[in-house]
Write a protein that binds this ligand. Structure first.
Ligand SMILES: C[S@@+](CC[C@H](N)C(=O)[O-])C[C@H]1O[C@@H](n2cnc3c(N)ncnc32)[C@H](O)[C@@H]1O
Length: 442
């Protein structure tokens, strides 16, 4: 999760087998909002995606290419407005790739977002499931973000990638970010312009911790002594907890300044994640997921937390004085988890293991009364197969991708699990991303 390729894939790849249609202007009626947040219309047997529209809109749009099995179009004019429109609050909206849905009102947005999960569960053939109301995390609470930057002549652009493009929106305002992250952008730009060579591009991961901001710059710059002094002065001036640098291809992170331990807390336990290490994007989202996990696990005396990261759920679960095992694919987060557990003399064992290639096998799983898994977007099909075979009494699936969650739940259902509750948690407001927690029992 923490290693990144600096060659970004082109965002608008053409699917094999279908040629791009010639550009043309069409008039269509929007029927629904699709999975990526674009309005969906139908034209001569083809689906047309038109961004920034709502159901009931009659619009003029320009077909510009293919997207999946449908056509991608740009909005030219709204002829008749459908209900549920709202005025976008951010000046970057429609150009910035961070948000897709500021043009809809709150009720329509909430209904659409919950519907994303309902659609995927239905598509997987899971039948009627108890889908809880959408848990909302307020805008302005995003505590961790990866910003893209590009050094150009006399300045640095810093912000988010533009919609379907590698261009960078030089973010000045943002409805999503914690104020401290937004406030760091202007001095960060000045610092990058001073240190990074002209023409270079990279990323900056900024995380708000309890002890201040933790900043990891990922860029190809050879840092001399003078640069290091400037960077240390930047960390002092901005009162950062920690500033680190990683060059593409380098197998290590260069610790430029560690002014204080960069501490986050899970159920009161202090953990120092590795620079740039994964955390749930909002504290509110993390707490909502952890509460759902702990409630579902109940009094189980032995629990394994798969894809544990540095312990967002492990430590809330540790309060129950149970046998607890945390498994994670990356070394750095599991070492952070281990150090925090040891500091509190908690009974937590740990394991670094690639769960896609080497899932915990049915005989290993049988010793646990409850299993929690929280994989990356690709999901955990290999692990779900083993769970379906082993049949621990409780399985809690946490996911940031409704499609792979639905697929994994289908595997569990096939193994005899009853899906007791599915809770959508929106910690990515205005976007098509959605977190969810599913509780399965057998
Ligand atoms: C969505 S994060 C969840 C982390 C943690 N549960 C949390 O809430 O902070 C997914 C985690 O899975 C880890 N991961 C990704 N691929 C993996 C694999 N093949 N095997 C094991 N862990 C993996 C990542 O390093 C990351 O920590």
């Amino acid at each position: 999760m923490t290693s990144r390729s600096f060659k970004r894939p082109h965002p608008a790849k053409r699917p094999k087998g279908k040629t791009a249609p010639p550009p043309r202007t069409v008039e269509v009626e929007i029927e629904e909002i699709g999975a990526r947040g674009d309005g969906v219309a139908r034209l001569g047997g083809e689906v047309v995606f038109v961004p920034f529209t709502v159901p009931g809109d009659r619009v003029v749009a320009r077909v510009e290419g293919r997207r999946g099995d449908g056509l991608a179009a740009a909005l030219i004019e709204v002829l008749v407005q459908g209900p549920g429109r709202a005025e976008p609050a951010c000046p970057h909206f429609s150009r910035c790739g961070g948000c897709a849905l500021q043009h809809v009102d709150d009720a329509l947005y909430g209904e659409w977002k919950r519907g994303l999960l309902a659609t995927q569960l239905a598509r997987a053939g899971l039948g009627e499931l108890p889908l809880a109301p959408l848990v909302r995390v307020p805008p302005g609470s995003r505590r961790r973000a990866t910003f893209a930057f590009a050094r150009r002549k006399h300045h640095a652009l810093l912000g988010f990638n533009a919609r379907a493009s590698h261009a960078i929106i030089d973010v000045e305002r943002c409805l999503l970010l914690e104020p401290a992250l937004l406030a760091l952008l202007p001095p960060l730009r000045t610092m990058l312009a001073a240190i990074v060579p002209d023409g270079e591009e990279g990323d900056v991961v900024v995380t708000q911790t309890e002890s201040g901001l933790d900043v990891l710059v990922e860029a190809d710059a050879r840092l001399d002594l003078f640069d290091r002094e400037r960077l240390a002065a930047f960390a002092d001036a901005e009162d950062l907890a920690r500033l680190s640098w990683r060059r593409p291809g380098a197998g290590f992170i260069d610790p430029i300044a560690r002014r204080r331990p960069a501490v986050v807390r899970f159920a009161g336990i202090a953990v120092e994640p590795a620079p740039g290490g994964f955390l749930q994007p909002t504290k509110g989202g993390e707490v909502a997921i952890a509460e759902a996990v702990v409630a579902a696990v109940g009094g189980a005396g032995s629990v394994v937390d798969l894809y544990s990261g540095c312990g967002s759920f492990t430590f809330p679960l540790a309060a129950g004085n149970r046998i607890l095992h945390a498994v994670e694919g990356e070394e750095a987060p599991i070492r952070a988890l281990e150090a925090a557990a040891n500091a509190q003399s908690l009974r937590v064992t740990t394991e670094v293991r690639d769960l896609a290639r080497r899932p915990l096998l049915a005989p290993e799983l049988k010793k646990y009364q409850a299993v929690v898994f929280d994989p990356p977007r690709a999901g955990a099909s290999a692990q779900a197969e083993q769970l379906a075979e082993a049949g621990p009494p409780v399985v809690v699936a946490v996911s940031c991708n409704p499609a792979t969650l639905a697929r994994d739940l289908k595997i569990l259902q096939g193994g005899g699990y009853r899906i007791e509750a599915v809770t959508p948690i929106d910690q990515f407001p205005f976007s098509a991303h959605l977190e969810a927690v599913a509780v399965c029992r057998r």
